[in-house]
Design a protein around this ligand. Structure first.
Ligand code: FPP
Length: 240
């Protein structure tokens, strides 16, 4: 592949949807769909690297997902550390820093343990970033940011008139991350479901028909082709 990064999005965000349907179609428990979905995570990490993507943000567990049956929630909470232990070598081999965004204190201690360990072990890598959205909600993130700003105003540290879009960005969970250029949602659903509400303002959106467990290298390559054909204007006009 010749200079894969030339037209590649710098930051890709993905809503990994359709694990449940994939399992249901096969008469399997939903957790089997999540396990296959974890294989797609591994495949897409590699594909993203090969296409020159530097930041990959994955919606792995939303604030709304806590309302799912306990067995499914517990299954997902043990799948994540298992995945990290099995695949953390990929992060080291590719200079990938693991990060997480969301209300991480909501996660069980056992899940947090491996997550924080791998985040700490990969902290110094600058080549790539894998960002997991866990107990994440866009409205929750904005609410947390507004609360932090309100505290600063109340303490006299910040004047309300000084609040600019950059001030809000500075109070998000990972303020240094550039906005995603491209947002992919699998399974054919066309919603953003409370994902990165602030950060997706100018992202190109792509809705892939494949269910997440079937979304692998080939489907990722197709998404990259679609992105390469898009013209981004950021509210301006295209020069002709
Ligand atoms: C949405 O599909 C998917 C999730 C709520 C969980 C995503 C988790 C994984 C892909 C597995 C592990 C993740 C990592 C980072 C190792 P759904 O269950 O809502 O599917 P449905 O809409 O078909 O029911």
């Amino acid at each position: 592949m010749s200079d894969p990064a030339a037209n590649a999005p710098h930051h890709v965000a993905i809503i990994m949807d359709g694990n449940g349907r994939w399992a249901q179609q096969r008469g399997l428990p939903r957790l089997k769909g999540h396990e296959q979905g974890a294989e797609s995570v591994r495949a897409v990490m590699k594909a993203a690297r090969d296409h020159g993507v530097r930041i990959l943000t994955l919606y792995a567990f939303s604030v709304e997902n806590w309302s799912r049956p306990a067995a499914e929630v517990n299954g997902l909470m043990t799948l994540l550390p298992r995945f990290l232990r099995k695949h953390e070598h990929l992060l080291h081999e590719n200079g990938t820093r693991l990060r997480a965004i969301g209300r991480l204190n909501d996660l069980p201690a056992a899940t947090r343990k491996d997550l924080f360990r791998v985040m700490s072990d990969t902290e110094s890598y600058t080549e790539r970033q894998l960002v997991l959205a866990l107990s994440y909600g866009g409205r929750a993130e904005l609410t947390d940011a507004v609360q932090a700003l309100a505290h600063r105003v109340r303490s006299g540290e910040l004047d309300p008139e000084e609040i600019q879009p950059e001030t809000i960005t500075a109070h998000l969970y990972a303020p240094d991350l550039p906005d995603p250029d491209f947002m992919i949602r699998t399974s054919g659903e066309q919603r953003i479901s409370n994902f990165l509400l602030w950060q997706l303002s100018y992202a190109e959106l792509y809705f892939a028909p494949a269910l997440w467990p079937e979304f692998r290298e080939e489907q990722f390559a197709e998404a990259m082709r679609v992105y390469a054909g898009r013209q981004r204007r950021f509210g301006g006009v295209t020069s002709c």
